[in-house]
Ligand binder design. Structure first.
Ligand code: ZN
Ligand code: ZN
Length: 301
């Protein structure tokens, strides 16, 4: 497979990385992987001399063959444990470099699992990557489906701490229509009832610009508006008082709302300045005291 593409690198927070399919012989016979030039390139970022022990030389048994790696469990890019693994040049000469499986370290796959996964039409890959913070390489194994699907996985929105806002906005429409909705299962920090009060107070108009046109909500028969926490709910930890209050929730048309979550800093700032001036006093009254710079900082990417 070679080098990881930029989408995958970005998704896993890596600077560089490489992956290749695990061959039948590596998985069932050698119980090790042979590094290709891309994988060696990643390793070179940590061990520039690539001074790994060589088997078959004099004093062979004295050589320390263990090196540190962050080892990931199968199909898991997120979690890893720092463990040591043997890495050696298995031959007296040449550049063939091998990383050995090790059951204790977790960098392994048993023969039956390998056969089961490949039998189901997937390839087993092993990968190595480097991220900016860690002093050792990350390695692990994953099946081809997991590797190709990963770049598409949603990351949490930094403003809400959740990957998707749709359920909350849908619940809000229902609450505005007078229905009782409880989103228990997702453990939301936000109460739709509070947002409903804020939207009613705004008379179903976009608070960035009351002239913004939307469409009529089927649930309420009123212009469709979304609720947005001006001080993002993901920053609740920095405040003693709740920020899930009507003073902190603004009604926005879907376009302005998406802009605050996904727009460029310049475009966001325009709207944020207006909303800040409108709400700053009410927030102060509720004991929520921050300055403009801190506030804007929550949104700058
Ligand atoms: Zn929002
Ligand atoms: Zn708007």
């Amino acid at each position: 497979m070679g080098k990881m593409n930029s989408e995958l690198l970005q998704a896993i927070g890596a600077v560089n990385g490489a992956a290749s399919p695990l061959t039948y012989r590596e998985a069932t016979g050698d119980r090790s992987v042979t590094l290709d030039r891309y994988e060696k390139e990643v390793l070179q970022g940590f061990y520039s001399g690539m001074d790994f022990p060589r088997r078959g030389g004099a004093g062979d048994s004295q050589v320390n063959e263990e090196f540190q790696f962050y080892i990931h469990e199968y199909n898991d890019f997120e979690n890893s444990t720092l463990r040591s693994l043997p890495i050696v040049y298995p031959k007296r000469e040449g550049n063939e470099l091998r990383l050995y499986f090790n059951t204790l370290s977790g960098f392994t796959i048993d023969t039956s699992a390998y056969k089961r996964i490949t039998g189901a039409g997937k390839d087993v890959h092993w990968y190595i990557f480097r991220n900016a913070e860690d002093g050792f390489p990350h390695i692990g194994m994953a099946d081809s489906e997991y590797l190709t699907g990963y770049p598409l996985q949603l990351r949490a929105d930094p403003l809400t701490g959740e990957p998707d806002d749709t359920l909350y906005q849908a619940a809000l429409q229902n609450v505005l229509a007078g229905e009782k909705v409880v989103l228990k299962s997702l453990g939301y920090l936000r109460n739709e009832q509070v947002a409903a009060t804020a939207i009613q107070a705004a008379e179903f108009r976009c608070e960035a610009d009351p002239d913004h046109k939307t469409f009529t909500s089927a649930a309420t028969g009123k212009p469709y508006m979304e609720g947005h926490h001006l001080i993002p709910i993901s920053y609740q930890g920095e405040f003693e008082h709740s920020i899930d209050i009507k003073e902190n929730i603004v009604a926005l048309c879907p376009n302005c709302h998406r802009l605050l979550h996904h727009g460029t800093n310049d475009e966001k700032e325009e709207i944020l300045l207006k909303l800040w001036l409108d709400r700053k006093e009410a927030l102060f009254q509720k004991g929520i005291k921050i300055d403009l710079k801190t506030f804007l900082g929550y949104y700058m990417v």
